[in-house]
Design a protein around this ligand. Structure first.
Ligand code: ADP
Ligand code: MG
Length: 249
């Protein structure tokens, strides 16, 4: 693996939904490099293209035009069969809607990324998984199914599942959106640690300036374009800055 190439890179990325005259320009000619090991927050108003950008970077959807790179691989036009493998091996994703499998208990959901890859966790991975489960307060919930859990608990299972295989790249869409503030802080600390201790690259969508203040970098989208790209900032600085952007538009 080329350590110097960015973990993810998009060039001229454009995504248009529907067709004229009712087409929606979700992303317009976006260029972005996500550096290895970096924890990036993506902010911006509702409808500005945050989820679309994450889905395209994770290979969950194809661009209308432009390029998407994961490390040295261009995935924008990769055939589905090959893309599925790349996604499984390199990418973790926490969806806004959790996407847990309703018929599997918590343990089954957590082991799913390994099973899809046709294997069991090795000793190191099992240790990390146990650590995740304990720090997310899920130890007593391993035999429960998703419908027996609160929204916050489901969210934590989704996060543990995304981090379980220690993928190079983790995408999280509003991972703290459904959590109380204590659990939200735990989740942010976990993401921070995944980056600091395990060198994982994290991209997180959030509306919350406090959540974004845990990131190394804050990228702001507006109407399908990048309108700001800032280094690590305090929650107060991010709030003030987001307000100034709203005022400018
Ligand atoms: P955000 O996550 O910032 O709220 P999205 O990326 O979800 O924004 O959406 C960007 C724009 O694209 C919005 O106008 C949204 O309505 C539109 N959009 C997103 N997904 C679809 C889709 N599958 N079909 C049609 N329009 C979509
Ligand atoms: Mg969204």
């Amino acid at each position: 693996m080329d350590k110097d190439s960015p973990a993810a890179r998009v060039r001229g990325l454009t995504k248009t939904y529907g067709r004229s005259p009712t087409e929606v320009h979700a992303l317009r000619d976006v260029d972005l490099d996500i550096r290895r090991g970096e924890f990036t927050a993506i902010m911006g108003p509702s409808g500005s293209g945050k989820s679309t950008l994450m889905h395209l970077m994770a290979g969950l959807d194809a661009p209308t035009s432009g390029e998407v790179w994961l490390g040295p691989l261009e995935i924008g036009r990769m055939p589905d069969s090959q893309l599925t493998l790349v996604r499984r091996r390199r990418v973790g994703f926490v969806f806004q809607s959790f996407n847990l499998v309703p018929t599997l208990d918590v343990r089954g959901n957590l082991l799913l990324p390994f099973e899809l890859d046709g294997r069991r966790p090795d000793v190191r991975e099992q240790g990390f998984l146990d650590e995740l489960v304990a720090s997310l307060g899920l130890t007593e919930r391993l035999t429960h199914r998703p419908h027996e859990l609160s929204g916050g608990q489901q969210q934590r299972v989704a996060i543990a599942r995304a981090l379980a295989t220690s993928p190079e790249l983790d995408f999280a869409d509003e991972p703290t959106g459904n959590l109380d503030s204590k659990t939200g802080r735990d989740v942010l600390a976990l993401l921070r640690e995944a980056s600091d201790r395990h060198g994982q690259t994290i991209v997180m969508v959030t509306h919350d300036p406090v959540a974004a203040s845990h990131a190394d970098r804050v990228v702001v989208l507006g109407d399908g374009r990048i309108v700001a790209d800032r280094p690590r900032s305090t929650a107060e600085e991010i709030s003030a800055f987001m307000l100034s952007l709203e005022g400018a538009s």
